[in-house]
Design a protein around this ligand. Structure first.
Ligand SMILES: [Zn+2]
Length: 259
């Protein structure tokens, strides 16, 4: 590779080697920034090797402005910094993905992402991956592991309870707008427990994504009249002994412990 200037890698998720990247003829590499919480793509910028080294050394995203031909630290004027939690190179090392926590709107227009309007406001794949990573964890410290250990029947019952609580919260929120926060909370509980139930029954979240897209785009026979969010009815029978294991995602920190 190139000259040696050991990257000041601080911790393993940021232990990417700037010297090993393949910069283009301008000495730049494209950097995609993803919101580590939602999975949303926030922005695309370019970095030279120095910017990459600064990013890895400080944990804050640094880039190189092609228009100003100058280095810049994201948020240096706006305050909307990007705290980088993970930095990875792509397959052939000529692009970088930063997973980061934005301190505010990432785009100069004041929007969350540079790619707005963006319908991908609610992404759940990351949450499913976190849940999957808890499989086998100590039930004493992981709420998800506890749920999984309790079995499908208990989990299904739990989803039913959360659904009822969501309904109650929705009615309260409809009558009193100041109670919408409760509906948000109950809805999150419901979605989370549903994802864990899917995990327990061996249904990969990708199957839902594919089905929802299929209902939306393409119609084929039998799907007529179905809406993307239309309920499919409870299906927790003794049927599937299927134990397909949705590939566990990368280990993420902090269990979403709920109650
Ligand atoms: Zn922008």
């Amino acid at each position: 590779m190139s000259p040696a200037a050991a990257a000041p890698a601080r911790r393993s998720p940021l232990a990417l080697d700037p010297a090993a990247l393949r910069y283009d003829e301008r000495g730049l590499v494209p950097v995609i920034v993803q919101d580590v919480a939602s999975g949303a793509v926030l922005m695309l910028a370019y970095a030279d090797r120095q910017a990459m080294e600064r990013t890895l050394a400080t944990g804050e995203a640094h880039f190189f402005s092609r228009s100003r031909q100058a280095p810049w630290r994201k948020g240096e004027t706006s305050g909307n910094t990007l705290a980088v939690e993970e930095a990875v190179a792509d397959c052939d090392g000529d692009a970088v993905l930063l997973r980061a926590r934005p301190a505010g709107p990432t785009c100069h227009r004041g929007t969350r992402s540079c790619f707005e309007p963006n319908p991908a406001a609610l992404e759940l794949g990351w949450l499913a991956a976190v849940a999957a990573s808890r499989r086998g964890a100590d039930p004493g410290s992981s709420y998800t592991a506890r749920l999984l250990a309790a079995g499908v029947e208990r989990l299904a019952q739990k989803v039913g309870e959360e659904a009822v609580e969501t309904v109650v919260a929705a009615l309260a929120a409809a009558a009193r707008p100041e109670r919408r926060g409760e509906l948000v909370g109950e809805s999150c509980d419901l979605l989370y427990h549903l994802l864990v139930l899917l995990l327990a029954t061996g249904v990969p979240p990708a199957d839902l994504a594919a089905e929802l897209v299929r209902r939306h785009h393409g119609p084929p026979a039998g799907a007529a009249g179905k809406e993307p969010v239309a309920g499919a009815g409870p299906a927790v029978s003794g049927d599937s002994a299927a134990a397909g294991d949705p590939a566990a995602g990368a280990d993420a920190a902090g269990d979403r412990s709920g109650r």
